[in-house]
Design a binder for this molecule. Structure first.
Ligand SMILES: [Zn+2]
Length: 265
């Protein structure tokens, strides 16, 4: 990473901490986004196994972690936490799930099914997990498998036919290969779908998730859930802020940046 980007990240984090002090987060459901564990690649969302383990142990100690379904029905004042993962890499079964099982913590895993079905590598050298690996995870009783479209297509420009194809294929594969009900969805790149795509998402799934780094309060739209991404840049201090609804400014800025990038494509 360039030193300019480093400096910018430090400045943004400092500003986010200041805003947290000035305007403390309201309590509610915090949903965390993980991607990869094991640092097999150098992407910022690929966490070292030790760092991930420390975070999961800390989460277990809070006794606030619950399933997505239970978290949405819980009193927001109890500040429940839900763990989610996006994409579908092999490290889920090999490294992440055993640590979750050791700590008896549930998580929702959103899979882009084409990578699993066609044995396609994810960008940045991400080896896909197998259906057998996902089945083993589901068999622990702690993993809920959700959809992340079929080919990780950002749905913001998708017409009804494309969105239907991406969503139906993904859901059908998950249900057929794993024998589970697929009721949860996460938008790729956490970018909201086109109006046509969103209608299909709302019709197909019980929940849908974006990003946004803020808590979900009592009036939460279950098809536009806020989630807080965790990256290698999150030290213990940043992590404990994030699980308490902090560092919101950072989330807002990241969303604004992603929208701008998307517009310029
Ligand atoms: Zn993704």
């Amino acid at each position: 990473m360039s030193s300019t980007r480093d400096r910018l990240a430090t400045t943004v984090r400092r500003g986010s901490k200041l805003l947290d002090r000035l305007a403390p987060a309201t309590s509610g459901l915090t949903i965390l986004i993980y991607h990869r564990v094991g640092r097999r690649t150098d992407v910022v969302v690929d966490l070292a196994e030790n760092a991930f383990r420390a975070q999961i142990e800390l989460l277990a100690a809070t006794s606030r972690v619950t399933t997505l379904a239970d978290g949405l029905n819980a009193d927001p004042a109890s500040a429940p936490i839900v763990i989610t993962f996006d994409d579908g890499t092999a490290d889920w079964g090999e490294l992440a799930m055993p640590i979750l099982v050791e700590n008896r913590l549930p998580a929702t895993f959103y899979v882009s099914t084409r990578f699993v079905e066609d044995r396609w590598p994810f960008p940045d050298s991400g080896a896909p997990i197998s259906w057998a690996g996902l089945a083993e995870m589901a068999a622990t009783g702690l993993a809920t498998i959700g959809s992340h479209t079929h080919s990780h297509l950002v749905l913001d420009r998708a017409g009804a036919a494309t969105a239907t194809d991406e969503i139906d294929r993904s859901r059908a594969l998950i249900e057929d290969r794993l024998g589970v009900v697929c009721a949860d969805f996460a938008y790729p790149k956490a970018i909201l779908g086109s109006p046509a795509a969103e209608i299909i998402v709302r019709r197909t799934f019980a929940t849908a998730a974006l990003a946004g780094s803020r808590t979900n309060g009592s009036g939460t739209d279950r098809h536009r859930l806020w989630r807080t991404p965790i990256t290698v840049r999150d030290d213990a201090d940043a992590f404990s802020r994030k699980i308490n609804g902090g560092l919101r400014l950072e989330g807002h800025l990241r969303q604004a940046r992603d929208r701008l990038r998307r517009l310029s494509q």
